[in-house]
Design a protein around this ligand. Structure first.
Ligand code: FES
Ligand code: FES
Length: 171
């Protein structure tokens, strides 16, 4: 079957999609977007998290056909639009993860970045207080990391929230 939807602001079409394929498979294998990772394929680890019509979801649990006409935003879509002739630059959340040392093997990182972006936009991005440790742990509870012990990830979320709040007051 053919599936057409919007990814990171661009209309795309995938042909010859098997009805049992997941959105994650289509993104990675048919559309050249390997940022979302396939770790468990069972909705357990959060490595494949994307925005699906503005709500975070595990793309391994979404049938490709369900994406018809929908809007998907992947980790690739978090990066800022390029300047003149340049590559995309890292978003505030992406930079914070790098600076806080929250990335080790990196397999969980794309899902954590999308989930953190959502948390930051729902809190400081919406004029609310920055999330505390318990809100961060709750928001990221569905994202499993096998390497970091989570402390640096929480540091990264605090750093991203601080910078997002500062950017919000000047934009
Ligand atoms: S690969 Fe989708 S939740 Fe683990
Ligand atoms: S950095 Fe390796 S799984 Fe999280």
């Amino acid at each position: 079957m053919r599936v057409s939807f919007n990814v990171n602001g661009e209309d795309v079409t995938a042909d010859n999609v098997w009805p049992g394929e997941s959105l994650l498979y289509v993104l990675r294998e048919r559309l050249g977007l390997p940022g979302s990772k396939n770790a468990c394929e069972q909705g357990e680890c959060g490595s494949c998290t994307v925005y699906f019509d503005g709500v975070t979801a595990c793309s391994c649990m979404i049938a490709a056909g369900q994406a018809e006409g929908r809007e998907v935003r992947t980790v690739e879509g978090l990066a800022e639009e390029p300047g003149k002739g340049g590559d995309r630059t890292l978003s505030t959340v992406q930079e914070a993860f790098v600076e806080a040392g929250a990335v080790q093997c990196g397999f969980c990182t794309p899902g954590l970045l999308v989930q953190t972006d959502d948390l930051i936009e729902r809190t400081v991005g919406a004029g609310r207080a920055a999330p505390d440790d318990s809100e961060i742990r709750e928001a990221l509870a569905g994202n499993l990391c096998r390497c970091t012990g989570y402390e640096k990830i929480i540091d990264a979320v605090h750093l991203a929230a601080e910078r997002r709040a500062a950017a919000g007051s000047t934009s």
